[in-house]
Write a protein that binds this ligand. Structure first.
Ligand SMILES: [Zn+2]
Length: 468
């Protein structure tokens, strides 16, 4: 592989913005030196490869801590494979994904994890790790959690939604939290009261309210807030930290903020769709609203300001995508005449870094906060830091050369995700990925793909490093 120097860019991490050149050897960052210093000049002269980043940002590769490649849902599968999904991630400047391995009810965690390893192994363009979805909490699976932590699967997702599928009752949740408190695992919660939601779904359908927009109405904001509150109290009783996924409602943010004001180790993520889309999209005519069906659902526009504020005040710490794409044709259409049969999920793994950069352009967050919520904190939260999420001596050379001035129009015509629509069709954003390195290997070279399936490796994670 030889040595690579990235020269002349503005290096942005969660902590600093520096005019520095970067020396990369053996897939890792060896050193940073002041631009135009004698040291940096000597590196460039002897390097095997020099990448010019003048006028560009040089940022850590994105860490997307919430993706669902090939996820089974409602009788179909998310259409991005690990191959197509990680290639799209690279195009969008994301160099690590943490995907969710799924335990099937009645089977072991091991069987689920092995199945996800088999899907990903040899197919990924960038590095990947796994969380484990616990669908069936029992004595055996509780014991299995300890072993998974030891092999680098250090976080466990539980569902208060989807009765009969992924749902766990409060007793099961408490037991899993107690186990996590003992083995260092982090419990991630899908916080929506699924039992109450199912009642509202049944009532809506019986009354003939079958359009996609009713998906947003039955999954009431208060039922997200109630579940968030309950999850926090269960975690307190168990003495475990808690990470709430895809927070979308103002009222749920308030529960997190209140817990954090008490000093509790409670964390929250939101996703670009909640920051940039709303129930206006769910109400689009001709069943187009189905494109925006995901859970938690999109909320009325006025929720967005609260999410942005929480990202600024650190009541929310992470933005990940919940990338779970289903084609409009043939998949979303399964819910024509019954919104409850629309597969839940949106594409987004390719769009996250750019949408959040647009928030920098718009003055919502700083450049360093952009890197913090999209790279550094997800890496810290899930035991990948400082290998991932920053640019520092010893870190993996997962680096993006980012053009902050280029404009682009998001579209299904030009994106690389394996799905027939874009949730952001026609949206113009400022900023675009130019070149991407994954462990020192150039996988996107000045807007052309030079990576390969199988370059990406499984990363065994440490336990959460955001706590101490
Ligand atoms: Zn998810």
């Amino acid at each position: 592989m030889g040595t690579t120097v990235i020269r002349g860019g503005l290096v942005i991490t969660a902590a600093d913005e520096t005019n520095a050149d970067i020396l990369i050897e053996g897939g890792r960052v060896t050193a940073l030196a002041a631009h135009d210093s004698d040291v940096a000049r000597a590196w460039a002269e002897s390097a095997d490869r020099v990448l010019d980043a003048s006028g560009r940002y040089v940022i850590p590769g994105g860490v997307d801590a919430h993706t669902h490649m090939e996820m089974p849902f409602g009788g179909t599968f998310a259409v991005d494979t690990f191959e197509t999904g990680t290639r799209a991630a690279a195009w969008g400047g994301t160099t690590t994904i943490v995907d969710f391995a799924v335990q099937t009810v009645g089977e072991s965690l091991r069987a689920g994890l092995d199945a996800w390893h088999a899907k990903a192994d040899g197919n990924c363009a960038v590095d990947y790790a796994f969380h484990m979805i616990l669908s069936d909490v029992n004595e055996d699976t509780l014991k299995e959690m300890d072993g998974l932590v030891d092999e680098g699967v250090t976080s466990f997702k539980l569902f208060m939604a989807y009765p009969g599928v992924f749902y766990s009752d409060d007793g099961k949740i408490l037991r899993a939290m107690q186990r996590a408190a003992g083995n260092g695992g982090l419990v991630m919660m899908h916080a929506e009261n699924g039992i109450a939601i199912d009642v509202l779904v049944e009532q809506a359908l019986a009354a003939g309210r079958t359009d996609p927009r009713y998906h947003g109405e039955v999954r009431h904001a208060l039922l997200e807030a109630e579940a968030t509150h309950r999850a926090i109290q269960l975690a307190r009783v168990a003495g475990a930290p808690l990470y709430v996924v895809h927070v979308s409602a103002t009222e749920a943010v308030a529960e997190l903020a209140q817990a954090r004001d008490l000093g509790l180790p409670v964390f929250g993520e939101t996703c670009p769709q909640y920051l940039f889309l709303s129930t206006d999209n769910l109400a689009e005519p001709d069943f187009e609203g189905a494109k925006y069906v995901c859970s938690t659902p999109l909320r009325p526009k006025e929720h967005q300001a609260h999410l942005w504020r929480a990202l600024r005040t650190n009541d929310l710490q992470v933005v990940s995508t919940d990338h779970c794409p289903f084609c409009f044709k043939g998949q979303k259409e399964m819910g024509l005449g019954d919104f409850s049969k629309i597969p839940n999920g949106l594409p987004g793994v390719e769009n996250r870094m750019d949408l959040l950069h647009q928030a920098v352009v718009d003055g919502r967050i700083s450049r360093r906060r952009w890197i913090e919520i999209a790279c550094a904190t997800p890496a810290r939260m899930f035991g990948l830091y400082p290998r991932k999420g920053t640019i520092a001596p010893g870190a993996d050379a997962d680096i993006v050369i980012y053009d902050p001035d280029a404009t682009q129009v998001m579209s299904a015509e030009t994106h690389h995700m394996n799905v027939d629509y874009s949730a952001y069709e026609g949206r113009t954003v400022t900023g675009r990925v130019q070149t991407v390195l994954s462990r020192g290997e150039v996988v996107i070279d000045d807007r052309s793909y030079t990576g390969r399936a199988g370059h990406g490796r499984f990363v065994a994670r440490e336990t959460c490093r955001y706590l101490g």
